[in-house]
Design a protein around this ligand. Structure first.
Ligand SMILES: NC(=O)c1ccc[n+]([C@@H]2O[C@H](COP(=O)([O-])OP(=O)(O)OC[C@H]3O[C@@H](n4cnc5c(N)ncnc54)[C@H](OP(=O)(O)O)[C@@H]3O)[C@@H](O)[C@H]2O)c1
Length: 263
């Protein structure tokens, strides 16, 4: 049974990658700092959750995870930040539906107040390079492969460091010798099984409404709007496309949002 190791496997997307991996017959290990499994959303989750090895490791400390990589056929990096002020994660998952609260986190912050290891460069780029380099050094498998969760594009108001750090990671990872890479580029994600009052769901509905308006009312005729208003995608869809690429050994560089949506 081939083994997949998912860094961030208990996260919003990571848990669906673990689920899709288990369903496809892979042996799956999740590594997060807490080492705890995520909470199941439906009763179907109870089954696959027991099949994943939930282990603790810190991405910035290779000695905490390198032994897990030795026999892994694929390693997935599913850790990243949208904003350097990490409080946004709590806000997005809170029951507040007031978008202005999210906007507060987008305002420029005092660079001196940045928490170490919480910058775009460190979390979105350097942690992936460190993981990939450790994997290349430790692996005993033929043809090791690496999946990096990148992003479709930035959007107005979001610091440019977000998408820059993602693209820099893609370039630097593709230069690593001895590793096949896949760069999945999802847009705003939602979970098909979650229907609640969190801010994430409010943003999801808002972005879907903009996308609907652009396509239906404007006929997608305004190129600048097509670039700005992008469709949302479910974590299940992204996870399925990633695991399908792993199964079929498709490590062709970029797996775009449009490819994931329209395949
Ligand atoms: N959410 C979206 O709509 C979206 C859109 C486009 C791209 N993305 C990208 O998709 C990826 C996953 O995003 P997500 O929303 O699923 O993130 P998430 O829910 O915040 O999950 C991140 C996971 O990483 C773990 N983690 C964080 N720091 C770690 C460290 N130092 N060592 C080990 N584990 C660590 C966290 O667990 P612990 O805290 O226990 O360590 C958590 O399980 C990211 O690269 C993100 O940029 C997300």
């Amino acid at each position: 049974m081939s083994k997949i190791v998912v860094l961030g496997g208990a996260g919003f997307l990571g848990k669906r990658i673990c689920q899709a991996g288990v369903n496809a017959g892979f042996q799956v290990t999740s590594l997060t700092r807490s080492g705890k499994p995520p909470r199941g959303v439906t009763h179907h989750d109870a089954h696959w959750l027991t099949k994943v090895q939930w282990q603790s490791a810190d991405l910035f400390d290779p000695s905490s995870y390198k032994h897990h990589l030795v026999d892994a056929h694929t390693v997935v990096h599913s850790v990243g930040i949208l904003l350097e002020n990490q409080n946004y994660k709590t806000a997005v998952n809170s029951n507040s539906s007031v978008l202005s609260e999210f906007v507060n986190f987008v305002k420029p912050s005092n660079p001196l107040a940045k928490i170490p290891r919480n910058t775009y460069t460190e979390v979105n780029r350097d942690s992936a390079l460190l993981l990939a380099e450790t994997y290349v050094a430790e692996t005993k498998v033929d043809s090791p492969s690496f999946v990096y969760i990148s992003a479709d594009r930035g959007f107005p108001g979001l610091p440019s460091g977000y998408i820059t750090s993602k693209r820099e990671a893609e370039v630097e990872l593709s230069l690593l010798k001895g590793l096949k890479c896949l760069f999945a580029r999802p847009g705003f994600m939602f979970d098909e099984d979650v229907h609640d009052d969190t801010m994430r769901e409010t943003i999801h509905k808002f972005v879907d409404a903009l996308d609907w308006g652009n396509k239906t009312l404007l006929g997608s005729r305004i190129p600048v709007l097509n670039d700005l208003v992008r469709p949302t995608i479910s974590t299940q869809r992204v996870a399925h496309e990633i695991v399908d690429s792993i199964q079929n050994n498709r490590f062709n560089g970029v797996l775009s949002l449009d490819e994931m949506l329209h395949k």
